[in-house]
Design a protein around this ligand. Structure first.
Ligand code: PLP
Length: 412
């Protein structure tokens, strides 16, 4: 196989930007197909982190010395870049978090505590990541509210008709994943948001997987909240973003208390800082936030459209070949699907395949992918998941397919 299927994307040059792709694993060249868990980082991102520590390590916002100013400027430049990247109306609507998980929890612990009361309903789906289940479960238990679930069909798609029926005047929030990390399904979030708003509910979009593969415009979508993680978009771990509509963020109670989030503190009363700082207590993850801008710049310099086209071809190519393997079943056959292939093989545990693939230098993820209810729905212990990024090649898909053939021979 060759790279000519996606002629516009120069994969070999892209690969040169990622030092880790040169390494060997178990005596084989690394084939990294675990991008839905975390993407690898280009050298420019790694350099941005070390440049900060080598050149201008200082705390931000409060300092008046030169390095504090440089660090603050670089940190706030990321906020501006993110606002543009996701189409926010203002960079005041961009709150830095540790990742998607913290973003969702922030909403649950602030907006949720303020707005969810006894008998209210929150709708999520059967394909949610645990981080978009547990915070709502905890909140519903605390408030005596009801958690309702949109079911997933055999193809791995949500039933829109059932969703509409689940909406009632008691629905206060719909919290939904845009791209499933276990199935690759792209959910019709625009339509979901429209219906939810008609019913008077707010909508949070889990963009952990979608922000790297799809074009995001939060104003166009009209979502109320949107959360994603830097590390899945070629940026560092430990930094993520929560977008919220300004009027909502202004009305919500504070999350964590501490430095930076205050205006004035007295023992009698504390007043809070303006957006976005109201939700950013304490010294943030300065280096990684600065490097997140470098990651976004890198993605944009290549072009999301070209990257997506390439990844879609990789998914199709992998699916076609894997389907030919006797006893193999693809989990997740949605019409609108990106970035990954999940599968099971009769009479073989997914982790056994994963271990044998690792012996061949091929990194995939096996297990429940933090979506245990979804695995239960398909009545499987887990899947083998190969997930793709801009630097993956068709030869790597060939290696995966050959590896699975080999594993099946050994295990059956
Ligand atoms: N939501 C989805 C769909 C995910 O795939 C993930 C991570 O895999 C998360 C949420 C949680 O992201 P993080 O662990 O970066 O907070």
């Amino acid at each position: 196989m060759n790279n000519t299927v996606s002629p516009a994307l120069d994969v070999n040059t892209i690969r040169d930007a990622f030092p880790i792709l040169q390494r060997q694993v178990n005596g084989h060249p690394l084939v990294y197909l675990d991008n839905a868990a975390t993407a690898q980082k280009p050298l420019s991102v790694i350099d941005a982190i070390s440049d900060y520590y080598k050149g201008y390590n200082a705390n931000i916002h409060r300092g008046i010395h030169r390095m504090a100013e440089e660090a603050t400027t670089a940190f706030e430049a990321t906020r501006k870049t993110i606002a543009r990247f996701i189409g926010a109306a203002s960079s005041d609507e961009i709150i830095f978090t540790r990742g998607t998980t913290e973003g969702i929890n922030l909403v649950a612990y602030t907006w949720g505590k303020q707005n969810i009361n006894k008998g209210d309903e929150i709708i999520i789906s059967e394909m949610e990541h645990h981080s978009n289940i547990v915070p709502w479960q905890v909140l519903c238990q605390e408030k005596n509210a009801v958690l309702k679930i949109i079911p997933v069909d055999d193809n791995g798609e949500l039933s829109f008709e059932i969703f509409k029926k689940l909406l009632t005047p008691h629905t206060k929030l719909v919290s939904i994943v845009q791209v499933s990390n276990s199935l690759g399904t792209v959910n019709p979030v625009r339509e979901i948001i429209e219906e939810a708003h008609k019913a008077g509910a707010r909508v949070l979009i889990d963009g952990a997987q979608s922000s790297v593969h799809l074009d995001i415009n939060v104003q166009d979508l009209d979502c109320d909240f949107f959360a994603f993680s830097g590390h899945k978009i070629y940026g560092p771990t430990g930094v993520g973003v929560l977008y919220g509509k300004k009027d909502l963020l202004e009305a919500m109670p504070v999350f964590q208390g501490g430095g930076e989030m205050i205006n004035e503190v007295t023992f009698k009363q504390t007043t809070y800082n303006e957006l976005p700082y109201k939700y950013e207590a304490g010294t943030p993850n300065i280096a990684d936030t600065i490097a997140l801008k470098t990651a976004i710049d890198f993605v944009e310099s290549i072009g999301k459209d070209l990257i997506r086209e390439h990844e879609v071809e990789l998914v199709k190519y992998a699916t076609r070949q894997l389907e030919d393997i006797s006893g193999l079943r693809i989990i997740g056959k949605a019409n609108n699907k990106v970035s990954l292939v999940s599968f099971v093989i009769d009479n073989i545990h997914p982790s056994d395949i994963g271990t044998l693939l690792d012996n061949m230098g091929i990194a995939v993820r096996t297990g429940h992918h933090c979506t245990q209810p979804l695995m239960k729905r398909f009545d499987i212990p887990g899947t083998v998941r190969a997930s793709f990024a801009m630097y993956n090649t068709f030869e790597e898909v060939d290696a995966l397919v050959a590896g699975v053939h080999k594993a099946v021979k050994i295990l059956l």
